[in-house]
Design a protein. Structure first.
Lengths: 186, 136
């Protein structure tokens, strides 16, 4: 399985992701969008009383199956990749992150920021718990994420999705240039 | 049967995200620092392929397997698109992961991303609780 032991170039990865838009419509007449699964899982697991969760989540059970698959896929890819392939991150990014204090470039995520022990630090909590919370809260408030808006929404020429994607980016730039340097000093 | 297909599609999607380095915190940093074309290529080509295939389906009036004509999900535009979008962007750059990669990273065995995923579920839960008080 040489293919699974290598990193794929963007022109393989991108088109494969793009095909999920027509495939999900063809298969189930459903749209490609992953952050909706957060709502489905909350509704299914906790049965909250808030109005937002009063809908027929069973109709969207496929989405829970789909995201469970994503986790399994990540698990299957992982062992073949690590050690077998070398990620080629741009030197400028490595230099910039090094000057912020990132030390571990050996994996897909910096181990020094995202290890178990990082939870013992305020820095780790802000990155993992704070960042994760904003991903969940923000995508539901915006009614979509990179898949639902940036890919599915723009591919179907929707104005809201173009605006959402610009805002995703503005938030990301704010984090990258202002928040991350601050958090790294903690 | 459909769930078996959906599960297989999900598994393959997790592999695409991993092998394509979409789950890489460093690739996301690179993107926000405009240092590499990689993520722009991934998202851009995904949009082009998605758009072209949807146009083809429309042109040939292809129907969904479930019967009816394909109905495209409409995304509404509101204050949430902007405020929620910016909040998500902030979280995206901190964790280096949007929702799909969160699941893939948790599966990859990076322990902290299981926590980040739970926190994202918490974020969605809290959104559900305060939704009526937020500008829409």
């Amino acid at each position: 399985m040489d293919l699974l032991a290598a990193f794929w170039p963007w022109y393989v990865t991108g088109p494969l992701i793009g095909l999920y838009v027509p495939i999900l419509y063809l298969l189930m007449n459903r749209h490609f969008g992953i952050s909706s699964s957060f709502r489905d899982i909350c509704a299914a697991a906790f049965r909250p009383t808030a109005r937002y969760f009063q809908y027929n989540w069973r109709e969207h059970r496929w989405r829970i199956v789909f995201v469970a698959g994503i986790a399994i896929g990540g698990f299957l890819s992982h062992p073949t990749l690590m050690g077998a392939a070398q990620s080629e991150i741009s030197q400028q990014t490595i230099t910039a992150l090094s000057s912020l204090g990132v030390r571990d470039f050996s994996s897909l995520v910096p181990g020094d920021l995202f290890s178990w022990s990082s939870f013992l630090t305020l820095r780790g909590l802000l990155l993992v718990v704070g960042g994760g919370f904003l991903v969940g809260f923000g995508t539901r408030y915006a009614e979509g994420c990179t898949s639902g808006h940036s890919i599915h929404g723009i591919a179907t020429f929707q104005r809201a999705s173009i605006i959402a994607t610009i805002c995703f980016f503005l938030g990301g730039l704010f984090s990258t240039y202002l928040l991350l340097p601050l958090i790294m000093q903690i | 049967m459909i769930y078996v297909i959906v599960l297989a599609l999900g598994i393959f999607f997790g592999m695409i995200l991993t092998n394509g380095e979409v789950i890489s915190w460093f690739r996301i940093q690179e993107m926000f620092r405009f240092d590499s074309f990689h993520m722009y290529g991934v998202i851009g080509s995904a949009i082009v392929v998605g758009a072209l295939s949807m146009l083809l389906l429309k042109k040939f009036n292809v129907r969904a397997r479930t019967g009816g004509p394909i109905v495209i999900e409409k995304k509404s535009l509101g204050k949430g698109t902007v405020i929620g979008g910016i909040l998500f962007g902030i979280g995206w750059a901190l964790t280096g992961a949007c929702p799909g990669p969160l699941y893939a990273l948790a599966g990859n065995g990076y322990p902290s991303f299981a926590v980040a995923l739970l926190s994202a579920l918490g974020g969605a839960y809290v959104y559900g609780l305060v939704r009526d008080k937020l500008p829409q």
